[in-house]
Design a protein around this ligand. Structure first.
Ligand SMILES: Nc1ncnc2c1ncn2[C@@H]1O[C@H](COP(=O)(O)OP(=O)(O)OP(=O)(O)O)[C@@H](O)[C@H]1O
Ligand SMILES: [Mg+2]
Length: 272
């Protein structure tokens, strides 16, 4: 069984890409087969995984989705890159921004990414989708293709309103396209444990949402080490393996694996 996780928040710069890449590589280090899909025209994940010039890539997610729209055949493995820390990557470049427009008038426009993933995901234990900071058609495609959503929230701003909007979109996707979509949880990122403000936001989020949603126990600390890796082409585990950010992403990996185990247990209990 493949788990498809969308890493989403329409707010920009909250740590989606950093979380997607490092959770993916964390899962690979636990022996899982992982595909990372860059679904953001900004191509941050593609760049941060060692492809500094995504515009020169011959095949990206835009090419693949374009073929899906034109009902052209796609070779298995087409366009996939391999990262030497053990994950595959479907890269993106700026061409993907045209897809928002192309999708608007397309048939089954919410399910183009899902149709593609249904064809390739069997080879993987996890597929992680790095969403762009908007609730447009590309993000809806990611939510339609996903089994669950992981929501990074930056601990520096009160996220309440934006989060409500995201939860409403998730509910709408559930009602109209993907009834089984689950929420893995809210992940606090860039937490500066020295400031009271970070702690207040953490407490507020846990108090407000803790009864309805999982808020991950682990919080990702704010650290220049995390900011450095986007230019390095490798993960925090390779860049600063003993640091607190690597430690936190290892913890997150464990929590994500635990969620999967609990769901499997729940399923097999229902079958009995
Ligand atoms: N734990 C952290 N500590 C310090 N800086 C971080 C941390 N995580 C990410 N950053 C930096 O913050 C910036 C935003 O992170 P990231 O790109 O992961 O967010 P994003 O939500 O994907 O952004 P966008 O919405 O633009 O896609 C980047 O420069 C990144 O290097
Ligand atoms: Mg990003």
């Amino acid at each position: 069984m493949t788990n498809v996780i969308a890493v989403a928040n329409q707010k920009g710069g909250v740590g989606k890409t950093t979380t997607c890449a490092n959770l993916g590589i964390g899962l690979a280090q636990e022996g899982k087969k992982v595909l990372l899909v860059d679904s953001d025209p900004q191509s941050s994940m593609t760049i941060s995984l060692g492809n500094p010039q995504p515009d020169q890539l011959p095949v990206t997610l835009a090419t693949i989705m374009g073929k899906m729209l034109d009902e052209e055949p796609i070779d298995p493995g087409e366009g996939l890159l391999h990262h030497d820390e053990g994950v595959d990557l479907m890269p993106a470049n700026i061409e993907l921004s045209g897809m928002e427009v192309s999708l608007v008038n397309a048939m089954s426009r919410e399910k183009i990414l899902k149709q593609y993933l249904d064809g390739v995901k069997r080879q993987y234990d996890y597929v992680l989708l790095d969403c762009m900071p908007s609730l447009g058609m590309l993000t809806v495609n990611a939510l339609a293709a996903a089994d669950s959503v992981l929501i990074p929230v930056q601990a520096q701003y009160l996220p309440a309103k934006g989060l409500e909007q995201l939860l409403q979109t998730i509910n709408k996707v559930r009602r109209q396209i993907n009834p089984k979509l689950k929420i893995d949880g809210i992940l606090l990122t860039m937490v500066d444990s020295r400031t009271n403000y970070s702690k207040e936001i953490s407490t507020l989020l846990r108090d407000t949402y803790g009864s309805k949603l999982k808020v991950f126990d682990v919080e990702i600390p704010h650290s220049v080490r995390a900011a450095e890796i986007s230019a390095e082409g490798r993960s925090i585990f390779a860049h600063d393996p003993k640091g607190k950010v690597a430690e936190a992403y290892r913890e997150l990996t464990k929590e994500v694996l635990k969620i999967e185990k609990q769901r499997q247990k729940h399923k097999s209990e229902q079958l009995r």
